[in-house]
Write a protein that binds this ligand. Sequence first.
Ligand SMILES: Cc1cc2nc3c(=O)[nH]c(=O)nc-3n(C[C@H](O)[C@H](O)[C@H](O)COP(=O)(O)OP(=O)(O)OC[C@H]3O[C@@H](n4cnc5c(N)ncnc54)[C@H](O)[C@@H]3O)c2cc1C
Length: 304
Amino acid sequence: MNIKNIIEKLKEKVEERNILKDEILADHTTYKIGGPADIFVVPQNKEELIHSVKVCRENNAEYVILGRGSNILVSDNGFRGVVINTGDNYSKIEITDDEIYAEAGAGLINVSYKAYDSSLVGLEFACGIPGTIGGAVCMNAGAYGGDMKQIVTEVEVIDEKNEISIINNDQMQFAYRHSIVQEKGYIVLSVKMKLIKGNKEEIKVIRERLKVHRIKGQPLDMPSAGSVFIRPDGNFPGKMIEDLGLKGYTIGGAQVSEKHANFIVNIGNAKATDVLELIEYVNSELEKGYGMKLGVEIKTLGKM
Ligand SMILES: Cc1cc2nc3c(=O)[nH]c(=O)nc-3n(C[C@H](O)[C@H](O)[C@H](O)COP(=O)(O)OP(=O)(O)OC[C@H]3O[C@@H](n4cnc5c(N)ncnc54)[C@H](O)[C@@H]3O)c2cc1C
């Protein structure tokens, strides 16, 4: 990748101050792990986002969309390519009757709060998920029986031909922590959701209950990327790992959380390799104990 050339092309639409070189990605992930990205661009609106993606694609530059970095483990060596960060700037949320429109960078927690504020039922599950709406659609984020699949009506994407397409719910191929976005490398620009008019007090009660549940059950005071392993049919990774006696098991700065065994937390200066080694170790123990390895929910970025 010709870094200088890419930066010059990005500058045709994106202000120079929003194009950073060698930005440390640990500062942009909830794991607080990750080396530098060659280029870190922060588009401020849809046009700049589309331009950034086009520049990367047309110049065969490696690139990735980064939301809040809450489901990603970045290599200690960083990423030799362009990180396009949707950030807080491309994040408008509009509510009309029972419909919500949100731009890719809108915080899921914020969207969930606004739904509550407009007495709309359906996004309570998301009140503690720290990603963007773009990341949530990509991952089909979910919790407590709810997920994006249940509320998304349309997703506006940049498709593989660099065209803007509208994908409806059926076409999204939503499944457990999966959507077509991951298959096709689509870029989520904005999302439309349909909720149900309800009672604000009742929504508040549910939100409070789920928040307490999360605070009690998850290590929210330590850097992590949420649940690590994908739930197999009929069992829970947290329970399986706990029953193997692995809570607290530590490699370098990475530890199987004492609070929730499906979280691997950064207990201080963890390296990406510590987390990966621990994932592998837990998986080998799962294989010994249960005859199966589990899939990993967290995405990785960069050469490990
Ligand atoms: C404490 C904690 C609790 C969590 N609890 C939950 C939970 O209950 N349920 C749950 O599902 N998840 C949970 N997560 C994981 C995470 O918050 C979700 O997966 C979230 O949806 C990721 O959004 P993000 O913006 O941070 O995505 P990132 O981590 O930045 O990216 C994740 C993936 O999405 C892609 N992506 C991001 N934005 C776009 C876009 N605009 N277009 C295309 N692709 C995009 C990225 O390229 C990457 O592949 C938790 C994480 C933490 C740290």
